[in-house]
Design a binder for this molecule. Structure first.
Ligand SMILES: [Zn+2]
Length: 78
């Protein structure tokens, strides 16, 4: 299991997401962004929009996805 923070995934806070793969933490971050924005947290608004854009334009977002996967792979196991 590895942990990536909201910040490492393009968000504004230090909340950590733990998962077995980069996809796990990306999904956790997506959920976290949705919930934060729903709760009225404006600081997560921009990151939420970016994440939405990535789901809608997966090809354009390949660079971000590969960077995130590489960053996840480089993390130590926890
Ligand atoms: Zn956050």
């Amino acid at each position: 299991m590895k942990t990536m923070t909201c910040k490492q995934l393009g968000g504004p806070c230090d909340l950590g997401h733990t998962g077995e793969s980069a996809d796990d933490v990306i999904n956790a971050q997506d959920k976290h962004l949705k919930e934060a924005v729903k709760a009225g947290d404006e600081s997560h608004q921009a990151a939420r929009q970016e994440m939405k854009f990535r789901w809608m334009h997966p090809k354009k977002s390949m660079g971000w996805y590969n960077d995130t996967k590489a960053a996840f792979a480089a993390l130590p196991e926890c």
